[in-house]
Design a protein around this ligand. Structure first.
Ligand code: SDX
Length: 428
């Protein structure tokens, strides 16, 4: 099979290299196209365009496969821990017991957030959206750790910045949750693990630690692992392109948080619950909402359905749907929107519009139901997505920097006015 692609322009034929990835994917390398032909390619939304070579995550959208550094998401969700997956994504291999213990301990040692951060955190209105607060607070960390601004940090200094952010994020998330309730913050505890520390900072009291059912802690473990990375999605591409200008890690992650906020991306998990609540309050019938989703004149979309890459089941959605059933049963939670979600899924999967467009439930369709059963309000759902995605963003930022990739700067096809003569205002 040819390892070149021929393109003929104005009678001249150019041979372009065809690259093959380790999972058999094919790519045409067009990096010399403009120099050799004066032409660029055009691909709004980058639906057919690869921005990089990456060794972190592999997706097969047709088969519904997701792997991190060669390990299946099913295995990692069932057998691993969030910090082990975080280490795997960032450093490329599963850690030894000793390495993981040091990674955990170093992160725990960085969970305290500088008290001066409260000075501007206090300025947020208590009902301001958590994602806006999160992006601001994460970006502000660069003010407290100015050494992170050095684009030529040593590997040791970069690792310290990575550990610092992994430690600070759960505490910052808990501050935002406590602020939404008007409650005092709860500080991290030295004898707690990462997830029970996080959950205690969220739901505990200053003088009364909260004890959690193992089912709750395990559900949180699964949700964080499932959100950890997803190759070159909108927010990850944002982190990479911001980092490509030599912007520091905090600034790059803050940019990724803002990209994730959009309801077409990570904000969908909040939008799904709001949609399911609307359907419940409207009598629970799903046919009306399927019709709205198919109506081109109606801006309504079936939130939590469809995906740029998956044209089959999102493997994460399958795992979350099962976790939903398990957790709600163990907690004795009977959430009517779960049955509405299942009814909606069944109706959509048997509807020709959705079948033709290969629209399946994605990671956001069921996640909000679990988050709600765990006690989070819906405005916190995308913040929880960001907490899970943090190691993936860090891994992608690090890979881009380690590979010394050039600053990201796409081209365009100009379609505006050509030559116009300027007429001064007084003469117009
Ligand atoms: C995430 O990229 C990632 O990996 C993201 C993510 C990650 O882990 O980082 O997986 C997380 O963002 C998941 C997606 C969450 N978003 C939603 O659930 C919002 C609802 N979904 C859609 O808006 C949409 O499916 C997208 C944004 C997810 C994907 O959009 P695309 O790939 O640009 O596809 P499109 O908008 O061009 O849709 C193709 C067709 C269109 O119909 P036609 O014009 O061909 O007739 O499918 C239709 C769309 O109208 N369509 C939908 C639909 N999604 C697509 N119709 C109704 N409801 C939907 N949800």
């Amino acid at each position: 099979m040819s390892d070149t692609a021929s393109i003929t322009l104005n009678g001249n034929t150019l041979e372009l290299p065809v690259l093959t990835g380790t999972e058999g994917e094919k790519a045409i390398d067009i990096s010399k196209l403009r120099d050799q032909t004066g032409h660029i390619t055009l691909d709004p939304g980058y639906k057919n365009t690869g921005a990089t070579k990456s060794a972190i995550t592999f997706l097969d959208g047709e088969k519904g496969i997701l792997k991190h550094r060669g390990y299946s998401i099913e295995d990692l969700a069932e057998k691993s821990t969030f910090l082990e997956v975080a280490y795997l994504l960032i450093y490329g291999d599963l850690p030894s017991k000793e390495t993981l213990a040091k990674f955990r301990s170093d992160i725990k040692g960085q969970m305290m957030v500088h008290e001066d951060m409260k000075n501007f955190f206090a300025g947020f209105p208590s009902k301001s959206h958590p994602m806006g607060q999160l992006s601001c607070l994460v970006g502000a960390l660069s003010a407290f750790y100015p050494e992170s601004l050095n684009p030529n940090q040593s590997q040791e200094e970069e690792d310290k910045t990575i550990i610092n952010l992994l430690g600070k994020m759960p505490t910052i998330v808990s501050w935002i949750q406590k602020k939404s309730l008007g409650h005092p913050v709860v500080y991290p505890k030295k004898d707690f693990g990462y997830i029970d520390n996080f959950m205690n900072m969220i739901f505990g009291e200053a003088n009364a630690d909260k004890v959690f059912d193992d089912a709750v802690l395990d559900a949180m473990r699964i949700l964080l692992i499932l959100h950890a990375d997803h190759e070159q999605n909108c927010s990850t591409s944002t982190v990479r392109i911001v980092g490509s200008s030599n912007a520091n890690l905090y600034a790059s992650i803050s940019a990724g948080i803002n990209a994730l906020w959009g309801p077409l991306h990570g904000g969908a998990n909040q939008a799904v619950i709001e949609m399911l609540e609307d359907i419940k309050n409207d009598g629970g019938g799903v046919e009306k909402y399927l019709a709205k989703a198919k109506d081109k004149n109606d801006p309504f979309r079936l939130m939590g359905f469809g995906h740029r890459v998956y044209k089959n089941f999102d493997p994460r959605a399958k795992i979350i749907k099962k976790a939903c059933d398990d957790v709600l049963a163990k907690l004795g939670v009977n959430d009517p929107v779960l049955e509405i979600a299942k009814g909606l899924e069944q109706a959509a999967l048997n509807d020709q519009y959705f079948i033709d467009r290969k629209l399946y439930p994605n990671v956001d369709f069921y996640s909000g139901i679990i988050y709600r059963a765990l006690g989070f309000n819906s405005e916190m759902f995308t913040v929880l997505f960001a907490l899970g995605r943090l190691p993936g963003w860090i891994a992608q930022w690090k890979e881009m920097r380690d590979n010394k990739e050039p600053i990201g700067r796409p081209r365009q096809l100009y379609i505006g006015e050509v030559d116009r003569v300027y007429i001064p205002l007084e003469e117009r």
